[in-house]
Ligand binder design. Structure first.
Ligand SMILES: *Cc1c(COP(=O)(O)O)cnc(C)c1O
Length: 360
């Protein structure tokens, strides 16, 4: 068996230890004589899995008592509709900062349900930076302010949270979930799809402050009403059981690494190895403003499309896969989520250095 270094933006690599544990438990989960794939979501065994997963989220992210942790389906994209239906309910308006395609999609979806307003955008420079805002930029009557905190495609991250005064702040954290410490109490809602940094696709984790619940629009489908899901501990219908199980294994793995602070230190180290090389290379360069760089998604270019294509092809052959950049940015993108070992980034940089020498 030989495994590649997988730099996919999502679905992305999982810790090898997690895959091995899942493989070992595949046919007989803890003496149940069944795989987690096969068991009832109402069984005692599965109940413990989902409760343990929630407890681990609470412990690792230091989630305050007055927040619900929901395990949902439909991906982050479904929340683009669920969020306005549940929260754009008092003054029927919300403010958005447009930092890329995912923020824009959320903004466009919200326009179906109320007055969504774009407060700032970095579209003028292909979303290569995070626009600066002050509290005065936001409508104090807005039901919420919406941001995409780490922009998977463009490789930017909010270096600090925007000052939104007393307006509830909602953030898509799909591609930075569990990658660094964050103060959940600063947000009304944080959420993300699992397939970037938590588990395989099929699970969306939504963390909601309780006072936000209970005001969904009448048209809200039962399945998209967060109150329904909160009242039923995410078991209103059949949840994505196996994905929740893998999520639990990933959370246990993070705990074994020393928790989120330890994982963050490793992420800082990995990102520094790559950015330091990009900043010193005569061939490759980062596409993102220094102060706004993501720790998870690192786009880079040579400035020459043919050379980019050659690099991606040779890297793939050498076992560094899924490095082709998003079609709107071009070039390359290395996603270096929690599961990417330091060694993977070191070896990639070594490969890049050799490529630079050979193609100078
Ligand atoms: C991948 C991604 C999405 C879309 O997720 P789906 O689960 O495919 O709907 C939304 N936001 C961000 C930041 C992402 O990285």
């Amino acid at each position: 068996m030989s495994r590649v270094y997988n730099f996919s933006a999502g679905p992305s690599m999982l810790p090898e230890a997690v895959l091995k544990k899942a493989a070992a438990e595949m046919l007989d989960y803890e003496g149940s004589g069944q795989s987690v794939m096969e068991m009832s979501h109402r069984s005692k065994t599965f109940d413990k899995i989902i409760k343990d997963a929630e407890q681990l989220f609470r412990e690792l992210m230091n989630i305050p008592e007055n927040y619900k942790v929901l395990f949902l389906q439909g991906g982050a994209s479904t929340q683009f509709a669920a969020i306005p239906m549940n929260f754009m309910n008092k003054n029927k308006k919300a403010d958005f900062i447009i930092t890329g395609q995912w923020a824009k999609k959320a903004y466009q979806e919200a326009q179906k349900y109320g007055a969504a307003r774009a407060v700032a955008s970095s579209a003028d420079k292909t979303f290569s930076y995070i626009p600066k805002t002050t509290a005065a930029d936001f409508d104090q009557d807005a039901d919420y302010v919406y941001i995409c905190m780490n922009n998977t495609i463009y490789g930017t991250k909010f270096p600090e949270l925007p000052d939104v005064g007393n307006i509830p702040l909602i953030a898509d954290i799909s591609s930075m979930f569990l990658s660094e410490p964050m103060d959940v109490s600063k947000f009304a809602v944080v959420y993300g799809g699992a397939q970037k940094n938590i588990a395989p696709a099929g699970l969306t984790v939504v963390i909601i402050r309780e006072d936000m619940l209970g005001n969904a629009m009448d048209i809200t489908p039962t399945m998209l009403n967060y109150q329904t899901m909160a009242d039923n501990d995410s078991l209103y219908n059949t949840p994505p059981c196996y994905t929740i199980y893998i999520c639990k294994l990933v959370l246990e793995w993070i705990k074994e690494q020393g928790g989120i602070e330890a994982v963050y230190q490793t992420n800082l180290k990995k990102a520094a190895i790559l950015y330091d090389y990009l900043d010193s290379s005569a061939m490759f360069s980062s596409t993102v403003a220094k102060e706004d760089r993501s720790l998870m998604n690192v786009p880079f270019v040579t400035g020459n499309d043919e050379l980019d294509a050659k690099f991606v092809k040779e890297a793939t052959a050498a076992g560094f896969v899924n490095l082709k950049g998003h079609r709107t940015v071009g070039g390359m993108r290395a996603s270096i989520y929690n599961a990417m070992p330091v060694e993977g980034v070191e070896k990639l940089v070594e490969f890049m250095k050799n490529f630079e020498k050979e193609n100078a």
